[in-house]
Design a protein around this ligand. Structure first.
Ligand code: ZN
Length: 411
C-alpha cells in the first residue's frame, strides 16, 4: 500500500484567529467551497464552541447535505477537555470531524496551568475527550499536541499512543512556535511514527521562514515510516505572527521539487489549477495583498526583465521557470469592466439587482422572490463590506436559507 500526503487547510481556524486578520462568515463559507473544489481532504472550519461560529458551522454542514460541498471533511477545532467536546456537539449536533488540542511541552504546561495540571492530567483529559467525542458521533478525530516540537519524544509517543488506544484517527504534531528545521523534524517524525505507527499531521508555523520546508520534511519522515501524512496549510500563509505553511507553496514543493516529487506522492484529488482562484479570493476577502514574490501566485512569479533572463525565458521558458502559469491556474486574461458598471449590494434596488443576476444567467420570474433575494444580497454586502463576487451572488441565489443562517448572529 502506498502512503500519501493529504492536505488539511486551517485558514478558517488558525488563519482567522490571527491578530489584525478578519474574515466574514460568508467568506469562510466560500473558502470551504473552494477548498472542496480544489480536492483538499479537510478544512478546519472553525470553533464549534464559540457562539458566533455556531450558525455558520451548522449552515455549512447543511451545504454538505445538499451536495453544495461534496467531498471535503468539515472539521471543528476545540480543546481536548470533555466540557468542550460536550459543548461542541450541543452547539453543532451534526458535526462529524474534530481536531482536539492539548499543550504537551513543559514550558506550556507550567506556564498555562501554573501547577494545576500534571502530565497525567493532560493524557487523562485527552483519553476522556476522545472517548466522549466518539460516543457523541465523531467519525474522524485528530489529537493535537500543541508545542509538540518543544516536547520530549518519549512524552509525544505516550500522548500519541494514549490517543490511538482511546480511538483517535490521527495525531497532529504542532510546531507552534515555528522552531523546527527540516533535518530535525524529519528525524523526529520518523522516530515518532516508527514507534507509534499512527498517521500524522504536520502543523508548522513560519517564525524562522521554513514552514513549508519543515512540513514537507516531516511528511517525508512519516511516509518513509509507513504511515499517511497530512500537511496543514493556510491560504497565502496567513496565520499567527509570521504565518503558517502556505497552501500553494506546499503543493508546488510536492509536485515540482527534484527530490519530493518522486519520493512522496500527493493525494491525487488535489487540483493545483485552482490555486490562483483561491489565493486571489482569500487576498480579496481578508483585504491583504499577495506579496509580488509569492510562489506561484505573486505578480512576479512569471515575470522576466533583466537581459539574460528575458532572453533565456523567451527562447525556452524552462530556462528560468520551474513550472508554467497554467499549472497554478493563471493565464486567463482577467476581464475588468472599465466603462459603465451596475453593481448590487447594501443600498441596491431591484432593477440593478436583476441586471446583475441576468448577466450571471440567473433569472427571477417571481417579483416576490427577486425582492427576497435582493434583501439577502443587501445583508450579505453589509456583512462583507466589499463588493460581492459572482460566486457569492450565485451562492446567495441557490441557497438563500443557508446564507440567511450564515449571516445571522445573536449576541
Ligand atoms: Zn497553529
Amino acid at each position: 500500500m502506498h502512503h500519501k500526503v493529504y492536505l488539511i487547510d486551517v485558514t478558517n481556524r488558525d488563519g482567522v484567529q490571527t491578530s489584525r486578520i478578519l474574515l466574514p462568515k460568508l467568506s469562510k463559507t466560500m473558502l470551504n467551497i473552494y477548498l472542496d473544489e480544489m480536492g483538499f481532504y479537510q478544512t478546519e472550519m472553525g470553533f464549534p464552541t464559540l457562539k458566533h461560529e455556531v450558525n455558520y458551522i451548522n449552515a455549512n454542514l447543511e451545504l454538505v447535505k445538499r451536495g453544495a460541498i461534496k467531498r471535503i471533511h468539515l472539521e471543528g477545532w476545540c480543546r481536548a477537555v470533555p466540557e468542550d467536546i460536550e459543548l461542541a456537539f450541543k452547539n453543532c449536533p451534526e458535526i462529524k470531524h474534530l481536531n482536539i488540542s492539548m499543550s504537551t511541552s513543559d514550558i506550556m504546561i507550567q506556564g498555562k496551568f501554573q501547577g494545576r495540571k500534571t502530565w497525567k492530567d493532560i493524557t487523562d483529559s485527552l483519553v476522556r475527550s476522545v472517548k466522549l467525542a466518539r460516543d457523541l458521533g465523531a467519525e474522524t478525530l485528530g489529537v493535537n499536541a500543541e508545542d509538540a516540537s518543544r516536547t520530549e519524544l518519549s512524552r509525544l509517543i505516550e500522548f500519541v499512543l494514549a490517543g490511538k488506544e482511546a480511538g483517535a484517527d490521527r495525531f497532529r504534531y504542532c510546531d507552534t512556535l515555528g522552531a523546527d528545521d527540516p533535518i530535525t523534524i524529519y528525524e523526529t517524525i520518523k522516530a515518532l511514527t516508527l514507534a507509534t505507527k499512527f498517521p500524522i499531521e504536520m502543523h508548522c508555523h513560519n517564525d524562522l521562514g521554513m514552514a513549508e520546508a519543515v512540513s514537507v520534511a516531516g511528511a517525508q519522515g512519516a511516509i518513509e515510516s509507513g504511515v499517511d501524512a497530512y500537511i496543514n496549510t493556510t491560504i497565502n500563509g496567513y496565520g499567527e505572527r509570521a504565518g503558517n505553511c502556505d497552501l500553494v507553496s506546499t503543493i508546488l514543493a510536492l509536485k515540482f521539487s527534484h527530490g519530493l516529487k518522486t519520493k512522496i506522492p500527493l493525494d491525487e484529488h488535489v487540483d493545483l489549477k485552482k490555486a490562483w482562484k483561491i489565493a486571489k479570493y482569500a487576498s480579496y476577502a481578508f483585504n491583504l495583498p499577495i506579496p509580488i514574490t509569492q510562489p506561484g501566485v505573486g505578480a512576479n512569479a512569471f515575470a522576466h526583465e533583466s537581459g539574460i533572463h528575458a532572453d533565456g525565458a523567451l527562447k525556452d521558458r524552462r530556462s528560468y521557470e520551474l513550472y508554467d502559469p497554467e499549472d497554478v491556474g493563471r493565464g486567463e486574461p482577467e476581464l475588468l469592466e472599465t466603462g459603465r458598471i451596475i453593481t448590487t449590494g447594501e443600498y441596491g434596488g431591484v432593477k440593478g439587482f436583476r441586471h446583475v443576476y441576468d448577466k450571471l444567467g440567473i433569472h427571477f420570474s417571481d417579483d416576490n422572490e427577486a425582492r427576497k433575494i435582493l434583501e439577502l444580497v443587501q445583508y450579505a454586502n453589509l456583512h462583507t463590506q466589499k463588493p460581492l463576487t459572482d460566486d457569492e451572488l450565485r451562492l446567495i441565489a441557490s441557497h438563500p436559507d443557508v446564507v440567511r443562517r450564515i449571516l445571522t448572529v445573536n449576541p
